[in-house]
Unconditional design. Structure first.
Length: 227
């Protein structure tokens, strides 16, 4: 029997790399929704932030004032309107090492899979859709649920419990992510944290966040799962 009943995966930098499609979509959104060409979210945000936080921080710096709720809705809607096309056209899009082998193996082992991501739900499905990965994930917590990674992680766990019709032991729930923010969200949600160094942070940087497990990539044996 596997050690985990539920495994939640971050998307960007953990499962796939969009090759910059997300950043290009934000740039388009700022230009077309607020007449601010050339906005680079990388100057104002960091890996692991949720989409609402990225939108708010970048808007404040690029526009020079705090956004209203209506501003954020307009900006995010513009972003989502082009994201699927940018993902589909991205020459740098790729599925990260080990993912296409690990997901079916976990599924076959009877592990319930989900996502925990700062992306808006529609954006998450667009990013996973190009690689035909959506069908592996029955539940999720998204940036559209909360701008706080801890809360959206808890939301994903609650959705899994509703699906299963019972409570889950936190020791049998794992969160897999490529940033210290993913690790801290898992810790604060009271579940097992698994860092994977396939994003912007190397293994030493992830280990500094004290995850329960740390992997160089998902090609390595996954903790608690027979290989």
């Amino acid at each position: 029997m596997p050690s985990f009943e539920l495994i939640l995966f971050d998307i960007d930098g953990t499962l796939i790399d969009t090759g910059g499609a997300g950043a290009r979509s934000w740039t388009w959104a700022f230009e077309h929704a607020f007449d601010r060409p050339g906005v680079d979210i990388g100057k104002y945000s960091s890996a692991g932030m949720t989409d609402p936080v990225v939108a708010r921080k970048t808007f404040t710096e690029a526009i020079g004032r705090e956004p209203t709720g209506e501003d954020l809705a307009r900006l995010i809607a513009a972003y989502l309107s082009v994201l699927p096309d940018y993902v589909a056209a991205s020459e740098g899009y790729r599925v990260l090492p080990g993912v296409e082998e690990l997901l079916p193996r976990l599924h076959d082992a009877g592990v319930l899979l989900g996502v925990t991501t700062g992306a808006m739900e529609a954006g998450a499905h667009a990013k996973l859709g190009r690689a035909c990965l959506n069908h592996f994930f029955l539940v999720g917590g998204y940036g559209s649920d909360s701008e706080d990674r801890v809360e959206l992680t808890k939301t994903a766990v609650k959705r899994a419990e509703r699906l299963l019709g019972r409570s889950l032991d936190p020791r049998q729930v794992a969160v897999v992510g490529d940033t210290p923010l993913d690790i801290s969200a898992a810790q604060d949600a009271g579940v097992v944290s698994v860092g994977v160094a396939t994003g912007k942070y190397d293994l030493d940087e992830l280990c500094a966040a004290s995850p329960d497990h740390a992997l160089s990539s998902l090609t390595e044996p996954f903790p608690g799962i027979e290989n």
